[in-house]
Design a protein around this ligand. Structure first.
Ligand SMILES: C[S@@+](CC[C@H](N)C(=O)[O-])C[C@H]1O[C@@H](n2cnc3c(N)ncnc32)[C@H](O)[C@@H]1O
Length: 402
């Protein structure tokens, strides 16, 4: 049954009273669940802060955590994301003057997030880049010549050597440079160090890049590493103003989300997160170059990151994650758990999670579906296409009754 909001007093009804949405009640494993379908946030309504502009596989838009942080917390409350990714929730929490905790088993997550919480100034970055020795004629210990002009390769290797040698003594300026360089390694425009390739969160294999180069009849051109880092720095810092509130405290962990003993029980006001989805994303395929640059052993990371295409294994993992989230959440605390659409919507992951959450003791507040229609121009292999579609986020909202 679908009907508009009338007079209902649950928590989500109250929060959503100023929005127009359609409402549906479904029975899932004998549990009555409210569905609220509307357009609660769009990228057009509110431009996201420039600090977010770092790509990451399966990241959500900043407008999503912004909605929940604004509506469910007040200043200085503690916001947590157990699957931090590029840091969207933590950065949005800091921008809204909340305290933030983030966790992700992938060490690249901390490398990409932490520098943007305490950003240096453009001039500090410029001065540091002028001090770092950029040598000529250095070669990487692996063959990356299909991506980079020899001069660019030498600059990347110089920067990598500097960062790895200083590893335990990197200050916030070095960490910023490392974050930007990691993001600029490969991509599909002249703003990246590499010749044309896939977007930056999906580095291809060397063999595949050789094929792309042949097909496009291209050779890596020289790209100036220092200039590109400064250009991206300027873009990321664009919205930082004198009112930027440098956070007094924040915490970033690299644990398994099922085991975060550093976080006190009953301490978190709000969790906003999206877990690893049910799929077979090959971590090493996408991240080998980023890991190489940062001196990270990709095998050790791959063993820790949860990847499965088995619904049963996914449910089991999520059950244990929920147990841990229940522990750290304050009584009356809220979780907004975003699950993507899997297999073209045939599997609705929130339906899997609802009985697990109920079993642990959570109250099921409802499922919010944010639906946004879009038209975008995609440029794949040099061909422009107008793609129309719907971007939908499915968010399971839970609370811990005190
Ligand atoms: C869908 S992404 C989160 C994206 C994030 N919302 C953002 O905006 O960037 C899921 C994340 O879960 C992390 N992850 C996978 N297994 C994990 C585990 N066992 N514990 C903690 N994090 C894990 C992955 O590294 C990935 O960054």
């Amino acid at each position: 049954m679908i009907y508009s909001y009338k007079n209902n007093s649950s928590m989500l009804d109250k929060i959503l009273k100023n929005f127009s949405y359609s409402y549906e009640e479904k029975e899932i494993y004998n549990i009555k669940v409210k569905y609220f379908i509307g357009e609660y946030w769009t990228s057009k309504q509110r431009q996201a802060h420039s600090l977010h502009e770092i790509s990451y596989r399966a990241c959500f838009k900043p407008q999503l955590p912004n909605f929940f942080i604004k509506n469910f917390t007040k200043e200085n409350d503690i916001v947590y994301d157990p699957f931090l990714g590029r840091g969207t929730t933590l950065i949005e929490a800091i921008l809204l003057n909340r305290q933030g905790i983030g966790n992700d088993v992938n060490p690249l997550s901390k490398i990409l997030t932490e520098p943007r919480i305490n950003p240096p100034t453009y001039h500090e970055v410029e001065a540091r880049l002028n001090k770092i020795p950029f040598h000529k004629n250095l070669k990487a210990d692996i063959d990356i010549s299909m991506f980079y002009h020899p001069k660019t390769e030498s600059e990347i290797v110089s920067l990598r050597n500097y960062l790895l040698e200083k590893e335990n003594n990197l200050d916030k300026i070095d960490k910023w440079i490392r974050m930007v360089a990691t993001n600029r390694l490969t991509g599909h425009s002249k703003g990246f160090f590499s010749v044309y390739t896939l977007p930056p969160n999906q580095a291809v294999s060397p063999q595949r890049q050789i094929e792309i180069n042949k097909k496009r009849n291209q050779h890596p051109e020289y790209r100036n590493v220092k200039e590109l880092i400064l250009k991206k720095t300027k873009a990321l810092l664009k919205d930082i103003d004198i009112f930027y509130n440098y956070p007094k405290s924040y915490l970033i962990l690299t644990n398994d989300a099922r085991n975060t003993t550093q976080i006190k029980s009953n301490s978190i006001d709000l969790i906003v997160t999206s877990p690893p989805f049910l799929n077979v994303v090959q971590y090493s395929k996408d991240n080998w170059l980023r890991c190489w640059f940062n001196g990270i052993d990709i095998k050790s990371v791959e063993d820790k990151i949860f990847i499965t295409s088995s619904l049963e294994k996914w449910n089991n993992f999520m059950y244990n994650v929920f147990k841990e989230l229940y522990r750290v959440l304050k009584p009356q605390g809220i979780i907004a758990f975003e699950v993507g659409e899997v297999k073209n919507g045939k599997i609705k992951l929130e339906e899997q999670l609802i009985p697990l959450a109920k079993n642990i003791g959570f109250s099921i507040e409802g499922v919010m579906i944010n639906q946004q229609n879009f038209t975008k121009t995609a440029n794949i292999w040099g061909i422009k296409n107008n793609i129309k579609g719907t971007n939908s986020n499915r968010i399971l909202v839970l609370s811990k009754k005190g």
